[in-house]
Design a protein around this ligand. Structure first.
Ligand SMILES: Cc1cc2nc3c(=O)[nH]c(=O)nc-3n(C[C@H](O)[C@H](O)[C@H](O)COP(=O)(O)OP(=O)(O)OC[C@H]3O[C@@H](n4cnc5c(N)ncnc54)[C@H](O)[C@@H]3O)c2cc1C
Length: 361
């Protein structure tokens, strides 16, 4: 299918978009654009996102002039199935609620499994950093006489796909799961550029604060989706869409090989996982910034790397936001500033040219 590559504006007003399927490009002119392209937890090495949702279009919107908000707030789910080289798949809280325990390779419990997501996730990560392995032990559920397959059919099917259906100790790791930040918008979808609207996980309206409650995101999608559609309609911003084919050849001699693009994508995700993940510090964030700058420099020599460039821009925005917020709040944890500070009881706005502004509203 076609991917959003550019948003075209005239000053502060939206005029159209540029789409590409990798072979040909199309310009679509319309009165308004509603971005509903998902979140950005896919920029982390371990994540629970669909493979093609990593937030590049948030960077496209940023390049078009939209401000971004609260990017440093990324929620990590504590218990995704973890098998090296395979995508993560989350095991819902309900399994821990039913009695499953978190244990290390010696069978030792190390955390109250029912604490908030960020606390449990950090405790698991620390175990990994100390060289341990972590498992979700479902034996206590079976010992209660509950048929696991019957009680959790979806989880059972996932375990089967991983070849883990006959084990009671499931290897788990925290995984980036939900992006609280995004394109700054209100609940009517309005962004800072006239004609551009953002809804769902792409948008950040502030409703999730610093730590989203489970299940509130779908609710937000419904509310903001409805309100945005209504807003676009009553403001007469619907239009017959005009397609224009343009004959740009997206291939050129300076195209980067697919295997090299894949390597760089993995590098970006690794930088984010290692340095801008669950536990951050000035040192780790500055390291990430330097590595992201290097990656961007490498990319600037090639013509077919728009996606990677946009992910690098977005990651730089996440990292700068995390660096600027010198406190710990909700899902944002700085080991060098471990407590919450009233001074930062504000939203982080990423403005043009990577300028950070803290605002209360
Ligand atoms: C495993 C899992 C379980 C979850 N469980 C719950 C739950 O129980 N309750 C709850 O409230 N929330 C849950 N969430 C979160 C919730 O599902 C998401 O926040 C929500 O689905 C986001 O919807 P969306 O429409 O904003 O984006 P998405 O559903 O991510 O859709 C984005 C779409 O945009 C497309 N796209 C992306 N980039 C481009 C581009 N450049 N050009 C064109 N198209 C593009 C993608 O292909 C995709 O189709 C869960 C999330 C996951 C991953």
């Amino acid at each position: 299918g076609y991917y959003l590559e550019e948003i075209l504006t005239d000053g502060n007003t939206y005029v159209g978009i540029l789409l590409s399927d990798g072979k040909e490009q199309k310009v679509v002119r319309s009165k308004s654009l509603v971005l509903a392209t998902g979140g950005y937890s896919g920029v982390y090495l371990r994540n629970t996102s669909a493979y093609n949702v990593a937030g590049d279009s948030i960077a496209v919107a940023y390049r078009a002039g939209c401000n971004l908000m609260d990017l440093e707030f990324v929620q990590f789910h504590p218990t995704a199935v973890y098998v090296e080289g395979k995508p993560g798949w989350l095991i819902s809280e309900a399994v821990r609620g039913e009695g499953a325990m978190l244990v290390d390779e010696n069978g030792e419990r190390f955390i109250d499994e029912l604490k908030p997501r960020d606390e449990v996730a950090r405790a698991i990560l620390k175990k990994y950093q100390e060289g341990h392995k972590v498992f979700l032990d479902i034996k206590p559920i079976i010992d209660k006489g509950i048929d696991f397959k019957e009680r959790f059919p979806n989880v059972y099917n996932i375990l089967k796909e991983f070849g883990l259906e006959n084990t009671t100790k499931i290897p788990v790791s925290p995984s980036a799961h939900y992006s609280i930040g995004g394109v700054k918008a209100n609940l009517d979808g309005k962004t800072d550029i006239k004609g551009i609207f953002a809804v769902g996980e792409t948008a950040c309206s502030g409703v999730h604060g610093a730590n989203r409650l489970a299940s509130n995101s779908l609710l937000e999608c419904i509310v903001s989706g409805y309100k945005t559609a209504y807003n676009v309609y009553i403001n007469n911003m619907c239009n017959k869409i005009n397609y224009v084919n343009i004959s740009n050849d997206v291939k050129s001699e300076k195209a980067m090989e697919k295997s090299d693009r894949e390597k760089i994508l993995k590098k970006i995700k690794t930088v984010m996982w290692n340095n801008v993940g669950l536990i951050r510090s000035k040192k780790s964030l500055e390291k990430a910034l330097a590595e992201l700058e290097n990656i961007y420099d490498t990319l600037s020599n090639f013509c077919n790397v728009r996606y990677l460039k946009d992910l690098t821009i977005l990651c730089k925005g996440i990292t700068l936001s995390a660096l600027s917020r010198e406190e710990s709040r909700g899902v944002h944890y700085r080991e060098d500033f471990p407590t919450q500070s009233e001074e930062f009881s504000k939203h982080t706005i990423l403005e043009n040219n990577f300028k950070i502004n803290f605002r209360r509203f």
